[in-house]
Ligand binder design. Sequence first.
Ligand SMILES: *Cc1c(COP(=O)(O)O)cnc(C)c1O
Length: 376
Amino acid sequence: MSMAFLRSDLLQLTAYSSHPGKDGHRTTGPMDQLDTNECPYDLPLHLKAKLATATHGLAANRYPDGAYLELKAAIAEYANESSQLPGQFTATNVTVGNGSDELIRSLLIVTCLGGQGSILVAHPTFSMYAILARTLGIPVVTLDRHPEDFAINLEAAQRVIDHPEDVPVRVVFMVHPNSPTGNGLTPQELAWLKQLPENILVVVDEAYFEFSQQTTLPEISRQPNWIVLRTFSKAFRLAAYRIGYGLAQPGLVATLEKVRLPYNLPAIAQIAASLALAHRQELLAIIPEIQQQRQWLLSGLGNQTSLLAWPSLANFIYARPQGQPTAMADDLDGWFDYLKGMGTLIRNTGGGLRITIGSPAENQRTLHRIQSRPLE
Ligand SMILES: *Cc1c(COP(=O)(O)O)cnc(C)c1O
């Protein structure tokens, strides 16, 4: 089929797959879905009931509230609480998106589109930055993290900024703590980000903040070129509803409004997010369990298994086959296929394996299955 009307650069791109390798068969029983870093627990039933009542009361024929002021105010309050800076944020500091993925795309549109700039990412990291950039024709500059501690070579990073290849770097994307590797930004990395000139946007993606309790939110009062992204998809258990948000100075927030699609958040998603925030104590009460389970799985993996696993600040663990600074694709595929066959779906990131912390029963199965893999 000839589709000569298409941009030629799109022909090389493949569509994002949320569960690569999920299709295909396994013997029996349900799959432990430990490949997308969701919370293992659904919303409590009494909150589902509230959500159902609210949905029932919605006028389906009317557009949703397109300003989101109530939700933004609730997010600002949560941000103040989580950064322990009372009064730092108001609704004017908050932008909301159909998942933080939408906000990432909006950020690319307001910074780099049309040959205006490139983005800098440190590999391995969240794949969506580069995927979305490429769909917009935006160049991606990739630096490799250190294979043992995943630190960024800051001299190399500074060289890229000082001597760009064609277009200047306009955005630096950092996940804190990083996915898939689970490490937080080091003091040196933070200091480097803070000294970047104001014509470079620093995006700190804190999708896993609730698990790490580490935040760069205090930077926002000092830095007009800083935005923190967060999401309701992970600790808040609302991945199905697609709500992400960003916190920045009002000037950047107002600019993002210019490129946002009208009504980007369905009414039901707004209600779900407000409800989750109103009940955050109850929802976030499972965080200590996830953190303990993370420790349990990490020590278990450290104990006579053929995987080398790293400590993590998030709700997942990164691992590689022992004794290989760079994992072999075949070995990673072997682990992925073996675990899938046993009923545990994990993520093969290409350089390693990322295993989400699930319920205690799921984690026990994960460890048991890893331990009982026959050695070649
Ligand atoms: C899961 C995740 C997100 C969340 O994306 P949503 O679109 O809000 O579901 C954002 N950034 C990173 C690094 C993530 O892992």
